[in-house]
Structures are given as C-alpha cells and as structure tokens.
Design a protein around this ligand. Structure first.
Ligand code: BMA
Length: 310
C-alpha cells in the first residue's frame, strides 16, 4: 500500500539533544530515556553506558523539553546481593509513569538468569524507593498505566518468544508487586512486515477520549541479521486494554537521519518516554542508534488518526 508523503512525527531540528559528550562521565552511549513533566520542568532518566560497558541511570532536567542538563552523579540503586544477582549484566530502558502522586520507574534488568522487569518509585527524582523485580525471565519493555483500570494496577510488557520474537501483553495487580490475569494485547507481524520480529510498548500509555494511545517500537530484520527499530502507534480499549481498537499499518517514524542510522547499533529509533502538552502536542523522546537521545513532536489527534488510517 502507498501512503501520502506526510510526516506525522516531526524530528526536532536540534537533534540529537544529548550525546555521550554531554555526559559528566566518559560514556560510550546514551540510550532510550524515560521522560515526564514534574513541577513544571521536564525530567529525564537517561540510561548511560560508561566506557567500560557498565550501566547507570542519570537524571537530566530541562525547562523547555529540548535542552537538558545532566546531574553529575547517577541515581543510587541497591547494592545488596539480591539486587546484583539479577542486574549484573545490564540495566536499561527506564520508563516513568506518574501514578497516584508518585513516579513509578520500570526498567529491564539483565543477568545470566535472563531479563526481568524491575520497579522503583520516587516523588522528587532525588530519593528512590526500590520495589523489587516484578516478572520472571524473560520479560521486558514493562510500563505501568497511569491509573488503575477496573480497580487494578495495569502494565504492558513483552515476554520473549523463541527466536527473539515477542508480543505486547497486559497484566494486572492489586499492589504493584503481584501480577496476573495476563493477556496478549498485540502480536508481531507476519514475516516481511516492519513489525515482523517483535514489538514492545514505549512510554506510559496516554489516555485519550478514543482509548489508550500506545507508542511502541517494532522490529524487522534486514539482510538476515540486521535489526531495524521503528516506532508505531495503537489505541487500546479504555476499560479492557487487551482489546486493540485500532493499530497503524505503517510506522510513524523509521530510522532515516544519520543519528538514527549510525551508532553503537545501526538503525534504531526506540522510545520509552513521551510528554503530552496542554495544546495537544506530544513530545516523543527516543534513542537514536543506541548512542544519542532525540526528540520529535506530533499532534495527539494525528497520532490517533494514524492508528485508524495509516
Ligand atoms: C532492545 C533494547 C534497547 C535497544 C534496542 C536496540 O532490545 O535493548 O535498549 O535500544 O534493543 O539495540
């Protein structure tokens, strides 16, 4: 099918907005960051990979959502054996959900046991409460909904299938620790499509009058080995997020600019944060090529329309 040559999502001309050289430490890459608005400012939680390939989360703040200042020290994380056991290879893809007056941060924790979803919370991005691991292996791309649904907390996640494939699922919890009633929400596409290999939710689902808007990443494989990460959009039923109301048939953004195409991993646009402004503009934060942090904007109504028309 042919689509009109119209950009629904527009890249910020000043991209990338953060690079390894903006970091207070020697870094090889800044990956996909979670972003929220807090006390009138933008707060970003950046995954920074140090030159010795260890991972840290740094807070960065901004008045306008484009120019960020990175804190000199990474945020404190637990140091005990129970934490280290499941995180000793990598921590990554922090996503932030404002919920009941706190910010809940989900991230992927990688170890020889596989990858699990970890949870912590904060009120001020200065002190953090560690809440534990909330999935078995192999599951990641976990993100909480910003409110309870039918009396329960809800999250999207992405259990891994064989051959590194994966679909988006939803689970529910009475207390954010014990999760169940899991259902598959959306599957990866047929062989040969842009979402053929795997899909995973990005920023916290955005509540709209047409349902939950989910901006997700989707992967296809090029020339047998090369993964290409696109951004897509779908709308979920407000009361039953296991039901997809509409899903865009084509990506809303694909790697095109040099900062998305060339880096530690080529051809990656991967989102884990979005901010909706009062005037209906959505700032979509995404990592470029596993090396730099970027931002793009879209109109909320265009993203919703893309779910039905694109
Ligand atoms: C995914 C995650 C992301 C990364 C992407 C592309 O599996 O690890 O952090 O950006 O791969 O390498």
């Amino acid at each position: 099918m042919l689509y009109p040559n119209v950009e629904i999502v527009q890249r910020y001309p000043g991209n990338p907005i953060l690079t390894p050289s903006d970091m207070p430490v020697a870094a090889s890459g800044i990956y996909n960051s979670g972003v929220v608005r807090h006390n009138g400012r933008y707060v970003m939680l950046c995954r920074v990979e140090s030159i010795d390939i260890s991972n840290y989360f740094f807070v960065a703040t901004s008045d306008d959502g484009y120019h960020f200042t990175v804190s000199p020290q990474p945020i404190p994380l637990p140091q005990d054996e129970a934490y280290r056991k499941y995180t000793d290879e990598m921590i990554y893809d922090p996503r932030i959900t404002p919920l009941e007056g706190r910010y809940y941060i989900t991230f992927a924790a990688h170890s020889s046991y596989g990858v699990r979803i970890a949870l912590m919370s904060t009120q001020d991005f200065e002190t953090f409460e560690w809440m534990g691991f909330i999935s078995e292996p192999d599951n990641r791309n976990g993100v909480l909904f910003p409110e309870k649904i039918e009396g329960l907390y809800a999250r999207l996640d992405r259990p891994l299938l064989q051959n590194d494939q994966g679909d988006i699922w939803v689970s529910y919890s009475p207390d954010l620790i014990f999760w169940g009633r899991s259902e598959c929400v959306a599957t990866h596409g047929k062989h040969g499509t842009w979402h053929w290999q795997k899909i995973g939710a990005g920023a916290a689902p955005i509540k709209t009058d047409q349902g939950w808007l989910v901006i997700f990443h989707a992967v296809h494989i090029l020339a047998r080995y090369h993964y290409v990460y696109h951004l897509g959009a779908m709308l979920l039923d407000p009361e039953n997020p296991a039901r997809v109301i509409a899903r865009a048939n084509a990506p809303i953004l694909s790697p095109r600019e040099p900062y998305e195409r060339v880096g530690l991993t080529s051809n990656v646009a991967f989102t884990s944060g979005a901010v909706v402004e009062d005037d209906g503009e959505v700032k979509i934060y995404y990592g470029g090529a596993d090396t730099v942090q970027c931002v793009a904007t879209a109109r909320l109504e265009d993203l919703i329309r893309a779910c039905f028309e694109r």
